[in-house]
Ligand binder design. Structure first.
Ligand SMILES: [Zn+2]
Length: 352
């Protein structure tokens, strides 16, 4: 039936090409398209190599196969998101991320969903903010109200994104530059927890090696660099901008690792920060302390463009869990940024 409809249509197309075979368009096409493949194929089958009609038909069929392949990919056969990598650049303020040498981050923003106006929680300090980022809850709920490593104080009170992924059978990992973030890694929820004494490059190298070997469903990577430079030399100082550049290079290491495993099309990157800063500190409600970058990058699954809704750091955990096809904890304050995903590419409740 399909052939009965398609055959006359194709003959009509071929006739049109034949009639206009001396036109400039047709001459251009002949010059642009490689002739070698066509001639070789015809010779193999003992056919004349100057058959105009057959050559056009040969190309037409090739085009149809190519378009069908692209259509199949676009229709969702490239696979769901199986891996989420959350990168937190400690103390990275969005305006300085944009003014520093940060080609990886800016390229990911240009090809992903982004907000340069996302907000962290109050007080805007490292441990409390990261707890909100990874539990999806405001500080009053997750229970962390201190900003130092206190082993006796225990862990966050609410569920974490690691916990939900772990319960679904996924492998989880945290590579961090500050020991106090251990308060977020509840026992039994993080398969690989490593505090790396170093900067973004060393932390990225360790995380990249783990990703390539273990392919975790959820990996969190924390760079302490910008915060240290901000406290030491001031937010916006030369040293601070250099630290952003180091983070950007670290992200490049992670992207390469994901690419080398062949999982780039099934991986979502979320690039963000725990807080901004001004002068030589942070922790207040000042918008320079509260405003953070938030970028979601996965070309097969995320629609490029500025996120139109308000973004909270609490949305990070919810969006990561949603991307992996899991339901978020209804207790969480954060929301999954469902609107950034290409429709029907990411759905809650997918079997893992
Ligand atoms: Zn911090």
């Amino acid at each position: 039936m399909t052939y009965a409809v398609a055959a006359p249509l194709c003959r009509g197309v071929f006739s049109t090409f034949t009639i206009n075979s001396n036109s400039k368009l047709f001459t251009g096409l002949r010059e642009c398209w490689s002739r070698e493949v066509y001639v070789q194929s015809r010779r193999q089958h003992g056919m004349a190599t100057d058959d105009f009609f057959a050559r056009v038909k040969f190309r037409f069929v090739g085009c149809c196969i190519g378009w069908m392949f692209l259509w199949v990919c676009a229709a969702g056969f490239c696979g769901p998101i199986e891996h989420v990598v959350i990168v937190s650049m400690d103390g990275a303020r969005p305006d300085y991320v944009l003014s520093a040498q940060s080609s990886n981050i800016q390229s990911m923003a240009a090809h992903g969903a982004f907000s340069w106006w996302a907000q962290t929680v109050n007080p805007s300090v490292t441990l409390i903010s990261h707890a909100s980022m990874l539990t999806g809850c405001q500080p009053g709920k997750h229970g962390i109200n201190w900003n130092t490593w206190k082993p006796e104080a225990g862990f966050v009170k609410t569920s974490t994104c690691f916990e939900l992924v772990k319960k679904s059978g996924g492998d989880t990992a945290m590579f961090i530059g500050k020991e106090k973030l251990c308060h977020i890694a509840k026992p039994g929820t993080v398969d690989k927890f490593e505090r790396v004494k170093g900067k973004a490059e060393a932390i990225s190298t360790a995380a990249a090696a783990y990703f390539m070997t273990n392919r975790p469903a959820l990996m969190f990577v924390h760079y302490p660099d910008p915060d240290a430079a901000g406290h030491g030399f001031g937010w916006g100082s030369t040293q601070y901008l250099e630290s952003i550049k180091n983070c950007d290079q670290g992200i490049g290491i992670l992207r390469n690792a994901v690419g080398q495993t062949g999982l780039a099309s099934n991986t979502l990157f979320i690039i963000t920060a725990d807080h901004g800063g001004h002068q030589r500190g942070h922790g207040t409600k000042n918008m320079r302390d509260m405003t953070i970058p938030w970028i979601a990058y996965s070309p097969e699954h995320v629609m490029p463009g500025e996120i139109q809704t308000e973004v909270s750091t609490c949305d990070t955990a919810a969006t990561a869990v949603h991307a992996l096809g899991l339901k978020i904890d209804p207790q969480w304050d954060g929301k999954a940024l469902v609107e950034i995903f290409i429709p029907d590419k990411v759905k809650d409740g997918r079997e893992r």
